[in-house]
Every structure is written in structure tokens, then in C-alpha cells.
Write a protein that binds this ligand. Structure first.
Ligand SMILES: Cc1cc2nc3c(=O)[nH]c(=O)nc-3n(C[C@H](O)[C@H](O)[C@H](O)COP(=O)(O)OP(=O)(O)OC[C@H]3O[C@@H](n4cnc5c(N)ncnc54)[C@H](O)[C@@H]3O)c2cc1C
Length: 433
């Protein structure tokens, strides 16, 4: 009898999940496990603590939804907390298999987990489930990956064919219950969503597929994505796919093919192209992570501090930034949005990151870890590489400095966005002299 452990990581879905498909189809008995960990990274001099409530809520909901969706295969999701090796040792001894299927992840902790399991003689069969372009299809070796996104994009657009989606054949196992010492339960609910939240979505695969359907087919928002994507208010200015992608509630391959179907049936325009273009940024940063490794968490990043920024550690100033008390309306409104909802627009993220680095002269890794704690869509590569980029230590050919006064005049001319989060009337105080 062939037995395998299926290890869910950042691929909390059953649809288009190649490693899950193979685990189910190639084995007679499968046990599904998920190791939950709410901890987040604190750089030197800062105690960030556990993940914020909105990020945690979304994770718990995604786990619950996966538990439900696995039932149709007769599979139970066993949730654990604790040391990864001890957990796997317990599963191995009770289930009697050391064959482990799962997704290959980027990130220091994630890769460390893989190394520790491999050195404890688990047979890891890991797939590139979370990539749009699997590693072996990349037209570069990781070492040769270019620093500049445009070079990467052009070559990828020309040479790479995205794989087809996969579907698991009908198979039903018999649910088996084990008594595991490290097993824990999953609870979701109890956290109220702010009425002004731009991200009021529930976590999980079911919600992800519903969002994909509404953003493309039901409401045709994708048609105008390029014009609306710099918006600040509401659910519809951008796709809001990032949180679902960060936990793998949906695969980038599913999104890609759905956009291609939309282009064939409804319209192919610069907006449909641009959404794929942005998803390629996500992909690029995953590879930048694989190339840069743990340097992406260091103050000098992958490229060195070529613009000679200060990056000082000043806790009082940092606290003003994080609490939305800098006195700069646009920056404060964005930080308050993040604190109250777990979300911030791309425009907002660029501005608050630039402000932290260029106006407050602070250590960018502190800002990145604050984002890691709170962002519902936190993704190790996208977060840390974007922060590196804005801080001038990443994939830079240019020193990015955003002027929040000019930016708010361009993107929040009416002041409505700032009024929502600052709860005050916005007058003329942002006019630059
Ligand atoms: C300082 C900073 C930190 C960031 N941290 C994260 C993070 O932790 N997780 C995360 O997913 N994104 C991060 N981003 C990128 C971007 O802000 C978010 O992906 C986007 O705002 C999410 O909203 P959306 O899904 O509606 O995006 P859309 O505009 O609809 O874009 C579609 C998809 O493209 C991808 N994408 C878009 N812009 C970027 C980008 N600049 N880099 C990488 N992928 C991108 C995302 O997967 C996104 O879901 C960060 C950007 C900055 C400037």
C-alpha cells in the first residue's frame, strides 16, 4: 500500500494544485497536514511580535475553507503547532510513511524547514505550485537572473509558455482519525471588519474563485484596470488578488488562464495586459528572492547602499510612522488604514515606504517587518523586495523618492481618502509652496 503525507504550506487550495493532484493520484492513503505559525520576523532593535489580527483572521478562514474543500476527497486537514521536525516525526511514527508531497516555497524560514526535514530523512517531493513559471521553464539560471524587471519580462513574454491548469481526478479516501500530541484546532471569526475597509473579503479558495469571477466576468472591472489601479478607495480599483495569492488560495496559473479566456471572449486591451504584467512582478520578485537569499532581509539588501541612505534606528520616530502620527496627512491616512484593516493600496505602500526611508531617514527593514506583521497579503518576496526597491538597495537603477504632497494632490485631489482615515476635513494644508 502506497502512503504519503501531504504538507499544505502556502498553497491552501485544491484546484490547480499539482503536488496535491499527484499525492492523491499516486497513493492509496494520504494524510493532510498544516503547521500553523503566527510568528513574524523582528529585525535588530525592534520587537514586532506575532502577526496582526486581520492577517491572522484571513489565514484562519483560509484554513477552515480548505478543511471544507478537502472533504470531497474524503481527506481531513490535521492542523499542528510546534516544532516542525517533532511534528513530522510524530506523523511519521503514527502514519508510517516518510514520503512528503508539498509546494516548494521561497523564504528563509520556509527553506530552513525543508532543509531540516530533509536532514531528518523525510523524502520531500516538492513542486513549484506557487510559481507562474516553474523554475525549470525559466529562461535563466537563478544566478543569471537580471537585476532589471524589464529584461526579465521581455524574455519571459517571448519564450515561456505557462503550464496548463491541473484537475484532480475523482477519488475518495476514507477519513482516518489519529491522536496527535501536537495537533491543534482552527478557529476563525470574532474580528470585525472596518466599514471603510478596502479589503473586506473572507479568506479561502472559495472566496478567491468568487473574487476572480466577479472582477473579470460579473463586473468587468479588469477592462479598466490600467486606469483605476492607482486608486485608494473601495474594493474595485484593483483586483485584490494579492491576499489570496499569498496563501495560495488561488494559483497564479489559474488567474493567468482566466485572463486569457477573458481576452478571447470579451476584450483584450492594455488593462488585461497590465494585470498580467503586475503578476509578472510578483514572479520576478520570487526569483529575486531565490537569487538574493537572506540578503533581502539585510539593510544593504542585494545591491548595497549605493545611494548612501541613513537607515537609522530611532524608535520614537518609527512609532510615529507606524501609528500614523507623523503630521503628514497622506502618510498618516495610509498607516491608519493599514492598522485598522490590514490592507493598503500599492500607491500608499510606495509613499509610506519612501517617507520612512527618505523623509524620516529610518531603517527600511523596520518598515518591512511592520508590513510583514500587518498586511493580509504579506508575501515574503513581494514585501521585502518591494521595500528593498524603494529603499534603493534592491533592483535599482534609480533612486525612488515619492513626494507625498504631490502624490496626494494627484491621487487624492478631493481629500476623500484622507478624510476617511483621519476623520477630519482636508483643506488646503497640503499645497506645496
Ligand atoms: C513597500 C511595498 C510592500 C509590498 N508588500 C507586498 C506584499 O507583502 N504582498 C504582496 O502581494 N504585494 C506587496 N506589494 C505589492 C503591491 O502593493 C500589492 O501586490 C498590491 O497592492 C495588492 O493589491 P491588488 O491585489 O489589488 O493588486 P493589483 O494591482 O490588482 O495587482 C495584481 C497582482 O499583481 C501582483 N502585484 C502587483 N503589484 C506588485 C508589486 N509591486 N510587486 C509584486 N507583485 C505585485 C500582486 O500579486 C497583485 O495581486 C508591496 C508593494 C510595496 C511598494
Amino acid at each position: 500500500m502506497k502512503k504519503a503525507i501531504y504538507w499544505f504550506r502556502k498553497n491552501l487550495r485544491v484546484s490547480d494544485n499539482p503536488s496535491l493532484k499527484d499525492a492523491i493520484e499516486q497513493n492509496d492513503e494520504v494524510i493532510c497536514i498544516y503547521v500553523r505559525d503566527y510568528s513574524t520576523y523582528s529585525p535588530n532593535g525592534l520587537d514586532i511580535g506575532e502577526m496582526g489580527i486581520f492577517r491572522r483572521k484571513f489565514l484562519d478562514e483560509s484554513i477552515s475553507n480548505l478543511q471544507e474543500n478537502l472533504k470531497s476527497f474524503g481527506l481531513k486537514l490535521n492542523i499542528f503547532e510546534g516544532d516542525i521536525v517533532k511534528i513530522f516525526e510524530e506523523v511519521r511514527s503514527k502514519f508510517n510513511s516518510d514520503k512528503v508531497y508539498g509546494s516548494k516555497e521561497v523564504g528563509w524560514y520556509e527553506q530552513d524547514e525543508e532543509k531540516r526535514l530533509a536532514s531528518n530523512k523525510f523524502d520531500l517531493i516538492l513542486y513549484d505550485d506557487q510559481f507562474l513559471i516553474e523554475t525549470d521553464k525559466l529562461p535563466y539560471t537563478i544566478g543569471d537572473l537580471p537585476l532589471v524587471f524589464t529584461h526579465f519580462r521581455k524574455k519571459v513574454e517571448k519564450l515561456v509558455q505557462i503550464r496548463d491548469e491541473v484537475k484532480i481526478s475523482n477519488k475518495k479516501f476514507e477519513i482516518k482519525n489519529y491522536n496527535f500530541e501536537y495537533e491543534t484546532s482552527n478557529e476563525s471569526g470574532g474580528i470585525e471588519i472596518n466599514k471603510n475597509s478596502n479589503f473586506p473579503f473572507v479568506g479561502g479558495e472559495t472566496s478567491a474563485l468568487k473574487r476572480l469571477d466577479s472582477y473579470l466576468w460579473r463586473d468587468n472591472r479588469i477592462k479598466k484596470y490600467k486606469e483605476t489601479r492607482n486608486g485608494l478607495i473601495g474594493t474595485e480599483y484593483s483586483s485584490k488578488f494579492s491576499s489570496f495569492l499569498s496563501l495560495g488560495c488561488i494559483s497564479p496559473v489559474t488567474i493567468y488562464h482566466e485572463i486569457k479566456r477573458y481576452e478571447k471572449k470579451i476584450i483584450k486591451n492594455s488593462s488585461t495586459y497590465w494585470l498580467i504584467f503586475e503578476i509578472l512582478w510578483r514572479e520576478f520578485f520570487r526569483y529575486v528572492y531565490l537569487k538574493g537569499g537572506k540578503n533581502i532581509f539585510l539593510k544593504d539588501g542585494i545591491n548595497g547602499n549605493i545611494f548612501n541612505k541613513n537607515f537609522k534606528n530611532d524608535l520614537d520616530l518609527f512609532n510615529k510612522w507606524k501609528d500614523g502620527h507623523t503630521g503628514q496627512d497622506f502618510i498618516d491616512a495610509n498607516m491608519i488604514e493599514l492598522n485598522k484593516t490590514g490592507f493598503m493600496s500599492n500607491r500608499g505602500r510606495q509613499n509610506v515606504a519612501s517617507y520612512l526611508v527618505n523623509d524620516l531617514d529610518l531603517n527600511w527593514t523596520w518598515g518591512a517587518s511592520y508590513f510583514e506583521k500587518h498586511l493580509i497579503d504579506y508575501d515574503v518576496a513581494s514585501n521585502w523586495c518591494n521595500w528593498m526597491y524603494i529603499s534603493g538597495v534592491g533592483n535599482n537603477v534609480k533612486n525612488w523618492v515619492f513626494n507625498p504632497v504631490r502624490q496626494s494632490d494627484m491621487y487624492d485631489k478631493s481629500g476623500n481618502y484622507r478624510e476617511i482615515w483621519l476623520n477630519k476635513k482636508i483643506g488646503q494644508q497640503n499645497i506645496e509652496f
